[in-house]
Design a protein around this ligand. Structure first.
Ligand code: NAP
Length: 263
């Protein structure tokens, strides 16, 4: 855990910051001294997080709309100062077979994840470059960006685009001192994922059977990884994807060894 004050003087904008992992990252950046604006469509959860943050700000916006994104940055900068740090966390997802996915469903997920990440990044980039540079972006992806994600073709394709965006912008904006990285969480236990993704003991056990560390990840672990990447401790890190999944995506062994002795 980084020390309080590590992010003093920073202004951060976290998309999807009213719930789940976005909320956890916003609170942690705030604890470390950043002034934090949280963006999302619904005002209520954003206001709640802003209250919890103390010096926080709710900036309701739909990240699919570039003008709304510009207005959210404008509001954040007016109240809190120049935004130096952006966490592109907002996402939409649902389980569907590819042959049943409607064009609207496809566009909705691509719009939030890929367009939204680009519009927000572009906004930070333009403003930071105009001010003489400096900034950090963390994009939230998932390991199916490179493994493929049967049942979530829209999200998997969009996250793959975001990984590419991460690497492309890391190089393009390096001369401006803007670092761009990503985190790829695995199964993280939040009230939302518990209800939506692993609602029964049986499903939880099936998920954990695929995780070498044999446990779910925690919100605070994701928040710590995000805080590290935006902090100066990661000052020489750009274009990277930090995976937090208990080894899950590497678990591809053909020959089961059975349970480890003593496990
Ligand atoms: P979540 O609670 O559903 O968070 C999604 C957030 O995005 C919500 O706050 C939502 O707020 C916001 N959002 C959705 N559409 C938006 C739009 N058009 N404009 C602005 N904001 C929008 O999900 P989560 O589990 O915390 O996931 C957060 C991130 O982690 C996502 O990028 C997800 O893909 C990634 N991830 C999560 C896990 C996991 O196990 N939890 C694993 C891998 C990756 P509104 O509805 O109010 O707009």
């Amino acid at each position: 855990m980084l020390a309080e004050g590590t992010l003093g003087g920073r202004v951060a904008l976290v998309t999807g910051g009213g719930t789940g992992l976005g909320r956890a990252m916003a609170i942690e950046l705030g604890r470390l001294g950043a002034r934090v604006a949280v963006a999302g469509r619904r005002s209520e959860p954003l206001e709640e997080v802003a209250r919890e943050l103390g010096e926080g700000l709710a900036v309701p916006c739909d990240v699919r709309d570039p003008e709304a994104v510009a207005a959210a940055f404008e509001a954040a900068e007016r109240e809190l100062g120049p935004v130096t740090t952006l966490v592109n966390n907002a996402a939409g997802n649902f389980l569907v077979r590819a042959e049943d996915l409607s064009p609207n469903g496809w566009r909705a997920v691509l719009g939030i994840v890929l367009d939204g990440t680009f519009f927000c990044s572009r906004e930070l980039g333009r403003r930071a470059i105009e001010r003489g540079g400096g900034g950090q972006i963390v994009n939230v992806v998932a390991t199916y960006a490179w493994t493929g994600g049967p049942g979530t073709v829209h999200s998997a394709a969009a996250k793959a685009g975001v990984v590419n965006l991460t690497r492309t912008l890391a190089v393009e904006w390096a001369p401006h001192g803007i670092r761009v990285n990503a985190i790829a969480p695995g199964p993280i236990d939040t009230p939302q994922t518990r209800e939506r993704l692993w609602p029964t003991e049986e499903i939880r056990a099936a998920v954990l059977a695929k995780v070498p560390l044999r446990r779910f990840g925690r919100e605070d672990e994701v928040a710590n990884a995000c805080a590290f990447l935006v902090s100066d401790y990661a000052g020489y890190v750009t274009g990277e994807v930090l995976t937090l999944d208990g080894g899950a995506w590497l678990e591809k062994g053909m020959f089961g060894l059975g349970p480890a002795p003593g496990s």
